[in-house]
Design a binder for this molecule. Structure first.
Ligand code: G1P
Length: 294
């Protein structure tokens, strides 16, 4: 059985959709309730059974690495003030059962290029990718259920996979859109036949969009390194997936379990906060009462 233990989280993007909030704060550090988005994402990877996170980062993003480091000063202060519950929570962040490494993406040349930057840290192993903007919330079960299903499928069948959600018509041109065909041999929705980055509605082969969770065999890097930059000088992950499939490699599609919030978008970021606030026993009632007055 081939183990799948490494997950790449690309965090080098400048978060321009969330400016000016993201002028000095990485978008991944914006809070959903009282935790930064990146913490939910790392917790999802831990739940799914990953052992190593590789952050592909940028010089302006050091606070992400700091967040997962031990903070002696803060811990000493909390200890002195006898804030035991908070102290425990803060200590747990630096004691997560996953190792975190980082590598820089020197130039902003797109998502595919960011993933290529992690190649030396992946070595010869298979790997997953989780896009930190895309926050999953699940009512029953864990937000990491989909990623776990993808990891287990890889370990059993050694096959790549992409998580797909159902896009509203108005959102189709924001995402990578896939065409699938049934395959009764594998768990999930079927195999991806083709995938197109941000198509117009009339060119979209379906409403199934790539929801920011991917698993790849190591030879995917070969396809990624051959992708030509697009008209914006960006190397698209989607183009590499499409070439990999055209070359006869299988990519299984999994269906997103739960609700997904694109936290790089102002409205969805607020909705994600509401979603998590409504899970909080005390805050929930305040929100409900507030909404009644609107
Ligand atoms: C990227 C991918 C796209 C995917 C999306 C999910 O786009 O290129 O295929 O559907 O993430 O968030 P971006 O959001 O970086 O434009």
């Amino acid at each position: 059985m081939k183990k799948l233990e490494k997950v790449i989280i690309p965090v080098a993007g400048l978060g321009t959709r969330m400016l000016p909030a993201t002028k000095a704060i990485p978008k991944e550090m914006l809070p959903i309730l009282n935790k930064p988005i990146i913490q939910y994402i790392v917790e999802e990877a831990i739940f799914a059974g990953f052992k190593e996170v590789i952050l592909v980062t940028h010089s302006s993003k050091y606070s992400i690495e700091n967040h997962f480091d031990k903070s002696f000063e803060l811990e000493a202060t909390l200890e002195k003030r006898v804030k035991r519950a908070t102290l425990k929570e803060i200590r747990n962040i630096s004691k997560l059962s996953i190792s975190i490494q980082s590598i820089r993406q020197g130039e902003a040349k797109g998502l595919g290029h960011a993933i290529l930057c992690a190649k030396t840290l992946i070595g010869k192993e298979p790997f997953a990718i989780v896009l930190p903007d895309m926050l999953i919330s699940k009512k029953n079960g864990n937000a990491g259920d989909s990623l776990k299903e993808m990891r287990l499928c890889f370990e059993k069948h050694e096959i790549s996979s992409v998580l797909l959600g159902k896009a509203k018509k108005a959102d189709i041109s924001k995402y990578g859109i896939a065409q699938i065909k049934n395959d009764s041999q594998l768990p999930g929705l079927g195999l991806i036949e083709k995938i197109i980055e941000k198509p117009s509605i009339n060119k979209a082969p379906s409403n199934l969009y790539a929801a920011g969770r991917y698993v790849f065999t190591n030879d995917f890097f070969k396809y990624l390194s051959k992708v030509k930059p697009d008209k914006f000088n960006e190397i698209q992950l989607t183009d590499a997936i499409d070439n990999y499939i055209k070359d006869g490699k299988k990519v299984n599609a999994f269906s997103l379990k739960g609700d997904l919030f694109d936290c790089g978008d102002n409205a969805e970021y607020i909705l994600a906060n509401l979603e998590y606030a409504m899970k909080h026993p005390v805050i929930k009632n305040k929100i409900k009462n507030y909404l009644k007055t609107k």
